[in-house]
Write a protein that binds this ligand. Structure first.
Ligand code: LMR
Length: 435
């Protein structure tokens, strides 16, 4: 038989690199010894090393020394873990909650939106500036993702945000970042959350909270969970997609959850069943180890207290680095380092929006600093969580990579978690050099 020579995928072009993970690849390929990685949001110690949280290490040890088997979990995940995660988020137990294990943040979001598109609505309003992967997940789940205004430069554009949502389709789904907004680090105030809650009630929205940074904004899980709890108290029956990558340092274990608030225990049981059915077809059942670690920490009061202390340590170190970076920049740059650029039109319907377009939006919005209206470097210390939206434009970011081996996202987002006492001065010097 003659060998087949025709190509099956002849017309297929390699996809563009992921705007976040692709930068890390570039960083790894750089041979420089003084390079600085501020791309992917992953916590580093002040020595620039990943941190295995001590209570996590302890729980892991106990699990390994114990009777660890490797049987399948149910499609809905580890039951005790789901109950504890639900309690962690809500601060109290609920008969009407349907919580299932998810594959960390991304997998949970996919499961959540797969369910909501089938059983509720395909229309999802997404902050125009958001984590880039939201667009990919929503596209692949077949949702109609539509942007709503979030920022004006680095400030929350509250009037436009409210106006956009007032115009939004009634009963639609609204995606919110629970805390430590990625990429900007800009969260609504408590008063604004209350207004948003009333607006969602009026418009009968179904709120979905992306909860990837619980504990990273304030160092306190209960404070950071307040918007979700507020929406629950007001009968909005919000959903949440939780990731334990950052706050437990379990990046590769894919521990997460989808939390659905329902009207009754009967409804919760049906929702849980359908989420499990979808999981069965997507990946059958979730990985057990990360969930077991989280479960073991939350099951033991002493370990949980140590974990809560770790959140204070991580968020505290990041706040410290914010202050150091700000003063290092202030010492070096007399001029405002914000840039101006022309905006591009955000398309009204995001059906056509793909990740590339959304990146352009992100980058453009981040670069639209307005003369005299933007705060100066103080945004570095007023933003919260892992990221800082620096205001640097794409050209400056690319110069930082090429000339100074400093790697951040093209939108100007840098991961504060990668800033350390030893790289903060060279970082400030590099930024000052590209202004
Ligand atoms: C990030 O935003 O850097 C993290 O959430 C990692 C990721 O998967 O993009």
């Amino acid at each position: 038989m003659a060998a087949m020579t025709t190509s099956r995928f002849d017309t297929l072009q390699a996809p563009p690199k992921d705007p976040i993970l692709g930068v890390k690849e570039e960083f790894l390929a750089d041979a420089a010894t003084d390079k600085i990685n501020l791309s992917v949001g992953a916590y580093r110690t002040d020595e620039g090393q990943p941190w295995v949280l001590p209570p996590v290490a302890e729980a892991r040890k106990r699990l390994i020394e114990g009777k660890l088997e490797h049987e399948y979990l149910p499609s809905t995940g580890l039951k005790s873990y789901c109950d504890r995660v639900d309690l962690l988020l809500r601060g109290k137990t609920s008969e009407t909650s349907a919580t299932v294990q998810g594959l960390s943040g991304t997998g949970g979001l996919r499961l959540c939106f797969e369910f909501l598109r089938r059983h509720h609505s395909p229309t999802v309003y997404v902050p125009a500036v958001t984590w880039s992967n939201h667009w990919n997940v929503l596209r692949d789940a077949g949702c109609d993702a539509r942007p709503y205004t979030y920022l004006d430069g680095i400030k929350l554009d509250w009037p436009k945000l409210v106006a956009d949502l007032e115009q939004a389709e009634e009963g639609a789904i609204i995606l919110l970042h629970l805390c430590a907004h990625n990429p900007s680090g800009v969260d609504p105030s408590s008063e604004q959350w209350r207004e948003l809650c009333a607006l969602c009630q009026r418009k009968r929205f179904l709120p979905v909270f992306d909860s990837a940074y619980l504990g990273f904004a304030s160092g306190d899980v209960d404070k950071d969970a307040a918007p979700f709890r507020l929406f629950c108290e007001n009968g909005l029956q919000p959903w949440a997609c939780i990731s334990f990558s950052k706050n437990f340092g379990l990046y590769s274990e894919r521990a997460g959850a989808v939390v659905a608030s329902c009207a009754s225990a009967r409804e919760a049981s049906a929702v849980r069943g359908h989420l499990g059915k979808l999981a069965r077809a997507l990946y059958s059942n979730p990985p057990a180890f990360g969930a077991r670690v989280v479960d073991a920490v939350l099951a033991d009061a002493a370990l949980e207290a140590r974990w809560r202390e770790c959140l204070v340590v991580m968020s505290g170190r990041i706040a410290d680095m914010r202050a150091k970076l700000r003063s290092a920049l202030e010492a070096r740059t007399a001029r405002d380092w914000f840039v101006h650029c022309v905006g591009i039109k955000v398309r009204a319907s995001a059906r056509a929006i793909d990740a590339t377009v959304c990146h352009a939006i992100d980058a453009t919005v981040s670069a639209r600093w307005r003369d005299g209206r933007c705060p100066r470097r103080s945004h570095i210390t007023s933003q919260v969580g892992m990221f800082s939206y620096t205001g640097l434009n794409k050209q400056q970011v690319l110069r930082l990579r090429a000339e100074h081996h400093v790697y951040m996202l093209e939108s100007g987002r840098l991961s504060m978690a990668g800033v350390t006492s030893s790289n903060v001065e060279p970082l400030a010097a590099a930024i000052a050099a590209v202004l």
